[in-house]
Every structure is written in C-alpha cells, then in structure tokens.
Design a protein around this ligand. Structure first.
Ligand SMILES: Cc1cc2nc3c(=O)[nH]c(=O)nc-3n(C[C@H](O)[C@H](O)[C@H](O)COP(=O)(O)OP(=O)(O)OC[C@H]3O[C@@H](n4cnc5c(N)ncnc54)[C@H](O)[C@@H]3O)c2cc1C
Length: 383
C-alpha cells in the first residue's frame, strides 16, 4: 500500500515561523537527506505578523530578515519608568513577510525541498512512517514535523490565558518617535482587573507599530482595541496627525495546559503546537529557534528526537505567575513594575528567556512580594 504514497525523508506540516525555521536549519546543517516536503494551506505572501524578541545572538541564521534592532527598551507604569540599556541583549524586530520571503527564496532554489500549497486534513503514525493526508494526496516520511494542528490537554484547574492584541502601524509627516528605544511595556492604562499594556515599536522617527495588549482568559472586541489605541496615540503620546497604514490583530496561547501529541511517534510537534509559546509572556519566536536548533542537533548526531524541555522549573515559575495574575493577587502593573525596578535588566531578560543561572533565578524570585506567590505556589503544587 505504501509504495503508491509519495515518500520523503522529512515532512514539515505548516510553514510559519517554526516550519520555515526548521527547513532553513536543516538546509544549513550536516543532516543527510534528499527530499523534504513542506506543506501549508497558505502561500505565506502577506505580512500577517511582526515578531519582536530579545537575544544575545546577533549572528543568527535569520539575521538578514531582521528589520531593526535596539540595545534599549523602555518600561513605563504609574509607579516606575525607565529606559534600560539591555546589552549584551538586543531587542530585534522581524516583519513576517520579510522572514517568509527570506526563507522561501533560499528553499525554492534548493532541489531537496518541495513546497506544496495544500490543506492538511489528518496526521498519524503508521509503523515506520508519519502519514500526512491533504485534501488532494497522502504523503509519508520517517519523521513529520507538525505546526499546523495544536492540541492542548485542558483540565478544569488549569489557568489558560491568551495574550490578545491589536496593533496599528502609523506614519507621521514630521519626525515624532524616538527610534532609538522601543516602549517595551507601558502600563499607564486601566488594568480592568487583568493585565493591560501598550507597546510602541518605532521602525523610524516617522513610523511605529502601536499595540494594545492584554493577558487574560479571553480577548476583547476588535473595536475596543481600536478605541484604546486611538486614545493612547492622541492623549498619551499627544500625536494629533497621523495615518494608519497597517493593522495586525492576534492571540497567542499563554497556557498552563500542556500541548500534546495525539499522532504517535513519527510526528513531532514544533512551534506553538510544540508548547513553545512562553506561558507567562506569550513570547514564542526565540523559543522556536531553540527548539528547532535542538531538533537539528539531535538529527546531526543521529539521536532519536526528544524535544521535551529539560528546564522544568521555568514551567513552575510560569504557572505560579499566571495564577498570581489570574487571581489578581497583585495588580499586574505593580507586579511588572516591581520586576523591572528591582532586577538588573540582564537578569530579568535572561530569566524570561529561560537562560538564567541559579543566582539570576534567585535574585528575580526574591524581588517580588512573597506571600501572593506563596499562595499561588501552594495552589499549583496541590493540583
Ligand atoms: C499577530 C501575531 C504577532 C505575534 N508577535 C509575536 C512577537 O512579537 N514575538 C513572539 O515571540 N511571538 C509572537 N507571536 C507568537 C508566535 O511567534 C507566532 O504565532 C508564530 O508565528 C508561531 O509559529 P508557528 O510556526 O508555531 O505557527 P504559525 O506561524 O502560525 O504557522 C503555522 C502554519 O500552519 C499552517 N496551517 C494551519 N493549519 C493548516 C492546515 N490544516 N493545512 C495546512 N497548513 C496549515 C498555517 O497556514 C501556518 O502557516 C505572534 C503571533 C501573532 C499571531
């Protein structure tokens, strides 16, 4: 039966951030393969998102797709505000379309990669093969990497948030924005008993992305974001004349519930589907890079894939932080202001990127009010 099915070394199901990152890392690796199929229902020819993240690696393989990077970020709240120099980190921005084009241009001229636009219907393992069924065909490979389907194992006691947001890219006639320092978080807005903030990413002195964001159990109506963004631009930034040239809206899972793999051993979940959206912040792009690197390292060494995260203590920190926010044990603006005020920025960024030392962990954990975190820790350890 299997001889009638098209066979590949690897199939990458979904060519967003994770699928394309994996394809590019495979291309650049010493892994031996002759055929890789990349499947997506979309052509990836629109600018559907903007990624921001911080990293110490300024020579990464995707560096050419980075539009801007800064060594400064600004934090603002009613109780504390500061511009931080974040060296050795850089805050980087990649436009979705630049990333997709950068990757596709290189993959399309490498004859080992075949890119097919088809909707995937089902995934499963069958003996030595991972099977991918699309609307038109069936394909098989000894290893399939899935970022198309997300399956979370939700339990009643889990706290599952979404980071929900809408952003406007605006331009001005005159120089207006300080393009040397993005506003990373601006909490000078009503918290509505959850966590709300703005951020401002300046592409240039005349162009910026202004986003209104919430961390909560559910999102809000699209018009509500628009009203808040308009008010922020006009009242807080005090900008009267501007043009909205693009908008982006989205949600990122911030979930205590784990993402699981119901498809068997021949399928490996990657990207958000592989649990790489950080539970307490929603940041994902950098974690995808770490997962993909680990997969390619395993393949290069000829080892079986084990992409389970070794650093399980970060999962516990995230669950506890999410519970503190969910129960509103500390108002989120105060909580984040404390983290930014009482920590060296390098320690905090390392902690949030899950690359901190024990000493850095201890200093971050020690910076927050203990009792609310203790209550949440006990709650999480008991269920
Ligand atoms: C608007 C937006 C902004 C974001 N900004 C940031 C940020 O600033 N920083 C950060 O770290 N993270 C950010 N994220 C979160 C995260 O980095 C992105 O969602 C990232 O794209 C996740 O990568 P992924 O490969 O897991 O999923 P995706 O990039 O969504 O890729 C999944 C792919 O699977 C395809 N697919 C789905 N179903 C099927 C099907 N049935 N058949 C075929 N193909 C299918 C989709 O078309 C898509 O191309 C953002 C997310 C959004 C939505």
């Amino acid at each position: 039966m299997k001889s009638s099915i098209d066979s590949y070394d690897f199939i990458i199901a979904g060519m967003g951030a994770a699928g394309l990152s994996l394809a590019m890392q495979l291309k650049n690796s010493s892994v031996k393969f002759s055929r890789v199929l990349i499947l997506d229902k979309q052509l990836k020819n629109t600018n559907d998102r903007t990624w921001c993240f911080w990293t110490r690696d300024t020579q990464a393989w995707y560096q050419e797709a980075v539009t801007r990077q800064w060594d400064c970020i600004e934090f603002k709240s009613d109780t504390f505000e500061k511009k931080f120099t974040i060296s050795p980190y850089r805050y980087q921005l990649i436009r979705g379309i630049d990333f997709y084009s950068f990757c596709l241009q290189q993959l399309q001229v490498d004859s080992r990669f075949e890119i097919v636009t088809e909707e995937i219907k089902a995934l499963r393992s069958d003996g030595a093969y991972g099977i991918v069924e699309t609307v038109n065909s069936t394909y098989q490979a000894s290893q399939v990497f899935n970022s198309a389907f997300r399956n979370a194992e939700v339990k009643k006691q889990h706290v599952n948030f979404v980071q929900h947001f809408k952003g406007w890219v605006i331009t001005t006639e005159q120089d207006f924005f300080d393009d040397s320092c993005p506003i990373f978080m601006d909490f000078k807005t009503a918290q509505n008993n959850d966590c709300r903030f703005f951020y401002v990413i300046p592409f240039s002195k005349k162009k910026a992305l202004i986003e209104y964001t919430g961390f909560s159990r559910s999102s809000i109506a699209s018009e509500a974001y628009d009203a808040k963004i308009k008010e922020y631009i006009e009242k807080d930034l005090k900008l009267e004349t501007y043009t909205v040239i693009e908008t982006e809206i989205g949600q990122i899972p911030m979930m205590e519930s784990p993402f699981v793999n119901p498809y068997g051993v021949r399928i490996t979940n990657i990207g958000t589907a592989g649990g790489n959206s950080k539970t307490s912040t929603g940041y994902t792009f950098y974690f995808i890079q770490k997962q993909v690197q680990s997969i390619v390292d395993h393949l290069e060494r000829g080892e079986s894939l084990d992409t389970k995260k070794a650093k399980r203590h970060y999962k516990l920190y995230d669950k506890v932080l999410l519970d503190v926010m969910d129960k509103n044990r500390i108002s989120s603006d105060i909580l984040f202001a404390t983290l930014f005020k009482k920590n060296k920025i390098e320690n905090l960024l390392a902690f949030l990127n899950e690359e901190s030392s024990i000493m850095q962990d201890l200093s971050v954990l020690n910076s927050v009010e203990k009792l609310p975190f203790l209550f949440s820790l006990i709650t999480k350890l008991l269920n």
